[in-house]
Ligand binder design. Structure first.
Ligand code: ADP
Length: 229
């Protein structure tokens, strides 16, 4: 199977006052195309930082990151943004929907900005797929947390991404609602073949993925197979 992400000896530090704080060190792993993959570890272990590097939101201090065949550690910000628009989707813990736009507009507007034709009908199709056919005209404040996260999932899939990164996607949801959102993500992985990379501190959720990467203090402590869905 082809590798969709290949990370070799990545390190990342941030400035903390006059000091440099090492946040990730000697990170090496690969993700197969179409896999479900989780990154777990205690708070502060570097999960979100690693996800941001994998997705090209930030650059490593050293090491290489090959995402969808491109060495993103060598690309500038515009080039990385271009790759993200074409091939990458994101889901965040706090949904990050625009409060002044309806559910439909939250999905359609990013598509329109990318010059997509039929943005509205594509957005409707996606909202139907996530079970929100009757919520097109609702604003985020009129939707439950689970429904907001479904809109965010529809938006994340709007560019037909090869890989979807989700940062604590169930963190703001109750257990049952969180399970429903996770089931939706796994169904989309099966149906569309989209690689799924999930940061979570929920070990039960991690066990549903094919591979689990454990971080502690910015280094990898283990890479295991999950029990899977
Ligand atoms: P996790 O997601 O596992 O909770 P993070 O990746 O958010 O961990 O953070 C790892 C460490 O990096 C923390 O100590 C955090 O304070 C630090 N950190 C993250 N982002 C920045 C930043 N932009 N500037 C300085 N320190 C940061």
């Amino acid at each position: 199977m082809a590798k969709i992400l290949n990370i070799q000896q990545v390190a990342k530090s941030f400035k903390g006052g006059t000091k440099k704080i090492m946040v990730l060190n000697d990170i090496t792993f690969e993700i197969e195309s179409g896999d479900t993959f989780s990154i777990v570890g205690p708070s502060g272990s570097g999960k979100t930082t690693l996800l941001g590097l994998c997705a090209g939101l930030d650059r490593p201090d050293s090491g290489t990151i090959i995402l969808c065949g491109e060495d993103i550690s060598k690309l500038n910000e515009d080039e990385r943004a271009g790759l993200r628009n074409q091939k990458v989707g994101f889901v965040f813990q706090d949904f990050q929907l625009l409060p002044t736009l309806t559910a439909l507009e939250n999905v359609a507007v990013p598509l329109e900005l990318q010059g997509a034709k039929n943005a509205k009908s594509k957005a409707m199709e996606l909202l139907d797929k996530v079970g929100l056919a009757d919520r097109y005209d609702h604003y985020p404040s009129q939707l439950s947390g689970g429904e907001q996260q479904r809109v965010a999932v529809a938006r994340a899939f709007s560019n037909n991404p090869d890989i979807l990164f989700a940062d604590e996607p169930t963190g703001n949801l109750d257990v049952t609602t969180g399970e429903n959102v996770v089931e939706l993500l796994f169904n989309l992985n099966k149906e569309l073949g989209t690689t799924l990379v999930i940061v979570t501190h929920d070990l039960e959720l991690a066990q549903k993925t094919q591979k689990i990467l454990k971080l502690k203090g910015g280094t990898i402590v283990s890479q295991e197979s999950g029990k899977q869905w």
